[in-house]
Design a protein around this ligand. Structure first.
Ligand code: HEC
Ligand code: HEC
Ligand code: HEC
Ligand code: HEC
Ligand code: HEC
Ligand code: HEC
Length: 368
């Protein structure tokens, strides 16, 4: 009986491993250093250029006698970087998703990659502390939200941790809280806001994204077997404020910093927001993908799902055609991409009458 039980648990794990990413696995020593000292030398690595090499060693930057919080061997950027083209590295049984490669990544993960913001220019990604200096063109988030937060992550993600960014900034401007050992948190990809003023208990506040996480961060995808992320969307009309806590959609997360690009009319000022129906004044998000007209030809529920122009769902665990939702990530990669404006495809190829496919034409199926 014992054997059978284990077999059933094993099968269960295989079947459901595609639906949620677990906590970290592997030897403590891959990620932690107890005293930041080994054979009398520092172990922690900092500075620019830190990353995993082809032999599974953390290289680049320099050894630093300044220890890290939680006894970690390096910081967010260092551990999620590689000097190879691989976006998943395996070190002694630990699987590490890479978001910044110092050479062009072979298969960028779902969020894209910070390679291009460094090598192609500021418009190719979010400028994040530890990877890129402040954006030379954008001194604040375009469509910035109305709330105070002066000189905060709403203006730049390139500042070092300090008083203006709650000692976070950089990666943690978006991944404000992390929980690498805790499977019980409902946060999709550690996308958890900082709580609402007067803040109270920000860690346990309800402002987080939900969704169904692909087990390899979309390093491989196969719509025919449902192998991809499932994002949360909503058809509720909302403005700036408590939308992330109320709806938990990926679009509500982006509008936390880019509020003017979403929202009902005149939110927060005349001419802001996207409108409530056609004619729209900004490209709509968190609206249903119509089942009629040119949109009827895109059925993302099964094999037809496009990872190039994905949709969100009212219920990510139970996707239905009528509840497919347009979202910010239908067109953008949040970390960065090989296209300006962090777009998911080459916008210059979206030409009326060209016969081209994909990109905008995935939904606007008769405009090509
Ligand atoms: C793959 C990397 C990795 C491995 C392996 C790992 N940790 Fe961690 N650990 C982290 C990170 C990153 C944090 C930072 C805090 C967070 O995000 O929760 C952390 C935080 C912690 C914390 C403080 C926060 C908490 O959740 O309690 C403890 C304690 C801890 N680790 C113990 C261990 C022990 C013991 C092992 C080995 C059995 C281990 N870790 C293996 C990455 C790792
Ligand atoms: C020492 C290595 C290490 C450090 C430091 C580290 N991470 Fe991670 N992180 C990992 C590993 C390994 C995983 C993959 C865990 C798994 O298998 O699900 C991960 C996963 C993640 C994920 C994806 C979570 C998911 O649901 O799939 C995010 C987002 C993330 N880390 C952000 C951060 C941020 C932000 C920091 C800094 C506060 C950080 N990490 C520091 C090793 C690290
Ligand atoms: C914590 C605040 C914050 C959040 C959340 C945020 N952004 Fe941004 N975003 C910024 C800032 C600041 C800039 C301008 C500086 C830069 O490009 O890094 C920016 C710039 C951009 C740009 C223009 C890039 C360029 O350099 O020209 C795009 C596109 C963008 N964001 C999309 C998104 C999307 C999509 C999301 C949701 C996944 C999102 N942002 C979430 C702060 C944020
Ligand atoms: C502008 C907000 C933003 C910033 C800044 C940001 N991330 Fe993310 N990150 C996201 C979003 C949104 C996702 C989910 C992407 C998806 O599922 O399509 C994500 C996903 C991830 C993942 C899972 C892999 C993937 O591509 O899905 C990791 C690991 C991660 N982020 C680490 C980091 C690290 C490390 C940094 C800093 C170098 C960082 N992030 C900065 C928004 C951000
Ligand atoms: C239908 C595709 C599409 C959707 C959906 C979309 N965007 Fe964009 N976005 C674009 C394109 C294309 C550009 C390039 C400039 C333009 O044509 O407006 C852009 C540009 C941007 C910029 C840069 C503006 C500047 O001044 O440089 C930001 C920031 C941005 N988008 C954020 C968002 C956010 C946040 C959302 C969700 C609320 C979103 N986008 C939804 C296609 C889209
Ligand atoms: C994920 C599906 C999707 C993608 C991808 C997409 N759109 Fe849209 N778009 C829509 C939907 C849905 C509407 C709203 C239709 C309605 O209200 O009937 C819309 C509305 C518009 C409108 C305004 C129409 C109006 O009636 O006011 C324009 C213009 C537009 N899209 C252009 C683009 C361009 C250009 C791209 C590529 C950069 C793009 N769209 C990508 C789904 C999409």
């Amino acid at each position: 009986m014992k054997g059978l039980q284990f077999f059933i648990i094993f099968i269960f794990t295989i079947v459901f491993s595609g639906y949620a990413r677990g906590a970290v696995t592997g030897q403590c020593s891959v990620c932690h250093t107890m005293h930041n000292s080994q054979a009398g030398t520092a172990v922690a690595r900092g500075g620019s250029g830190v990353g995993w090499d082809a032999s599974g060693n953390l290289t680049g930057g320099s050894l630093t006698s300044t220890p890290n919080d939680y006894l970690l061997i390096t910081n967010c950027v260092g551990c999620h970087s590689s000097t190879t083209a691989s976006t998943i590295v395996n070190v002694s049984g630990v699987t590490i998703p890479i978001v910044y490669n110092s050479v062009p990544p072979t298969t960028p993960l779902a969020g894209g990659n910070f390679y291009w913001v460094v090598n192609s220019g500021d418009a190719y990604g979010h400028n994040v502390y530890g990877i890129a200096g402040a954006d030379a063109t954008l001194t604040t988030a375009p469509g910035r939200n109305i709330f105070g937060c002066a000189n905060s992550c709403h203006d730049t993600l390139a500042d070092p941790p300090g008083a203006n960014n709650e000692q976070r900034g950089g990666c943690q401007g978006c991944h404000v809280f992390t929980a690498h050992h805790d499977d019980s948190k409902p946060w999709y990809r550690f996308l958890k806001g900082h709580g609402q003023p007067p803040f109270g208990d920000p860690l346990n506040y309800a402002d987080y994204v939900v969704g169904v996480e692909d087990s390899d961060w979309e390093a491989t995808t196969d719509p025919t077997t449902g192998d991809h992320n499932y994002y949360k969307g909503t058809t509720a009309q909302y403005s700036e404020g408590n939308a992330l806590a109320n709806y938990k959609s990926i679009t509500a997360f982006c509008q936390g910093c880019h509020g003017v690009f979403h929202g009902t009319p005149d939110d927060p000022s005349p001419g802001d927001g996207m409108g409530t129906s056609s004619p729209w004044i900004r490209h709509p998000t968190d609206i249903a993908l119509p089942t009629t007209g040119e949109y009827s030809a895109y059925d993302p529920t099964g094999a037809g799902y496009s990872t190039e122009a994905p949709v969100a769902w009212v219920d990510p665990s139970n996707p239905t055609r009528a509840e497919a939702i347009v979202m910010c990530l239908s067109c953008h990669r949040p970390h960065g991409s090989d296209q300006p404006d962090m777009l998911r495809w080459d916008y210059t190829q979206m030409i009326v009458g060209s016969g081209n496919t994909g990109g905008c034409f995935t939904c606007h199926t008769t405009k090509n």
